[in-house]
Design a protein around this ligand. Structure first.
Ligand SMILES: [Zn+2]
Ligand SMILES: [Zn+2]
Length: 147
């Protein structure tokens, strides 16, 4: 039996089959794309507007507008003040998903995690190291003989 990979759309709760881990169904996705087009057209028609004016004027959800800024969809458009909040602490930023403070914290956590993984792997390697050591010794002998 094949396990069918289905999921509830995060927005409309409809069941759908994700093709690459997306969280919303194709219908909602199409709706998003349509909205994005509308938002872009709004900026084109109103050069020099701010993010807040865009959100209010176009009626698009602010999360969508923020995501579009983050994706660089407004580069060289008429949008002024292309800023949005850090996904973690809400501080206003202009690029990336997190502010520099949160990035530093995340990096620290990632390093801690990597270090923990490393020591785990080391412990595993040590328990099997006798065999690998003698094997590599034979390899080294073979190599020196061939030379
Ligand atoms: Zn949906
Ligand atoms: Zn932050």
């Amino acid at each position: 039996m094949t396990k069918l990979n289905i999921r509830n759309c995060a927005r409309c709760k409809k069941i759908f089959v994700p093709t690459s881990g997306e969280k919303i169904c194709p219908d909602c996705r199409a709706e998003d794309l349509e909205l994005e087009e509308r938002v872009k057209a709004y900026v084109r028609d109103h050069p020099g507007i701010t993010v807040n004016q865009l959100i209010e004027g176009s009626g698009a959800p602010r999360n969508l507008v923020w995501r579009m800024i983050q994706q660089g969809q407004f580069e060289n458009s008429g949008l002024k003040d292309a800023k949005y909040p850090c996904a973690n602490c809400g501080k206003i930023i202009t690029r990336g998903t997190y502010c520099s403070d949160c990035m530093a914290k995340l990096k620290q956590n990632a390093q801690k995690f990597a270090a923990a993984m490393n020591s785990k792997r080391k412990a595993k390697e040590e328990s099997t190291s006798n065999k690998t050591f003698s094997e590599s010794m034979y390899d080294a002998l073979d190599n020196s003989r061939n030379r």
